[in-house]
Write a protein that binds this ligand. Structure first.
Ligand code: PTJ
Length: 255
């Protein structure tokens, strides 16, 4: 296989160094059997939106991250759902975040194959995950869904009150919300059905979000529950999405 995409071949002074490094990581993850082929396409779509964000965490995203941290700290049963893109981009960070919150980790794949589940499980274990759900032979199902994404671990997503689902598909986001769960998502596309459906949408790159979210969780652990509740109550997802979209359009037309 040609090695043009290997991280080592990207000159550090290349103007798109960081973006190309991430791309190379995704190709490696695909070759290692972690990522769905559609995961590469999804990543490319994300890159385009990230370009419009200026590849930085906006003030709107910071607000959404604060709200997500508050939701996670108020939750009785918080769960982090892990797909191929998440495992490829930030395995260590997602495991650390789960530890800081006391959240469960559950593998949930749209393009589910036994080999991909095994590969993702191994990556999470290798970076220190203690328990990883989503491998059960007889899982529960989320009512209203027919794809493999209807799978939900009895001790995980099925009984969760708050679920962090980065790069979620629209049907599942809708089904989770309809089943009474608070859905926190990370999606660079503010127009996606998932973005519009979720309780909190963080429009930012997952690689920037998760370390920032961990810091916010640590900061907000020191404040009392009434303050966390205020953060949650004052967050308006639709308004936040509209402000983000306005910012992207202004970037595009150069204002
Ligand atoms: O691993 P699987 O089998 O569960 O499959 C995962 C993918 C992502 C392939 C699957 O869920 C899928 O097809 O997703 P979609 O419908 O293409 O949606 C992916 C969304 O994530 C798009 O709106 C992208 O803009 C966005 N996105 C891509 N990369 C990132 C991202 N958002 C945040 N950070 C990223 N790095």
């Amino acid at each position: 296989m040609m090695s043009y995409d290997k991280k080592d071949n990207i000159p550090p002074n290349h103007p798109r160094y960081e973006s190309l490094k991430l791309r190379a990581r995704m190709v490696e993850a695909y070759n290692a059997g972690l990522l769905a082929d559609s995961g590469l396409i999804a990543h490319g779509r994300g890159e385009a939106f990230d370009y419009l964000l200026g590849e930085k965490t906006t003030s709107m995203a910071k607000k959404a991250i604060e709200a997500a941290a508050a939701y996670l700290l108020l939750a009785q049963n918080p769960v982090i759902s892990v797909n191929g893109n998440t495992a490829a981009l930030i395995p260590q960070e997602i495991v650390e975040l789960a530890g800081v919150i006391g959240a469960k980790l559950e593998i949930n794949l749209f393009y589910r194959t036994p080999d991909r589940v095994k590969a993702i499980y191994k990556v999470l274990k290798d970076v220190g995950a203690e328990e990883v759900l989503g491998l059960e032979e007889n899982p529960e199902n989320i009512p209203g869904l027919r794809s493999p994404r209807s799978r939900a671990s009895k001790e995980g997503v099925y009984k969760a009150d708050v679920v962090l689902v980065p790069l979620e598909d629209g049907d599942r986001a809708e089904a989770l919300v309809s089943n009474g769960k608070k859905v926190l998502t990370v999606d660079l596309n503010p127009l996606s059905r998932t973005s519009k459906t979720a309780t909190v949408t963080i429009v930012d790159n997952l690689v920037r979000v998760i370390p920032y979210l961990e810091k916010e969780v640590i900061r907000l652990k020191k404040v009392d529950k009434s303050q966390l509740q205020e953060i949650v109550d004052s967050f308006q997802n639709q308004e936040n999405l509209q402000d983000t979209l306005k910012m992207m359009i202004q970037t595009y037309i150069g204002q």
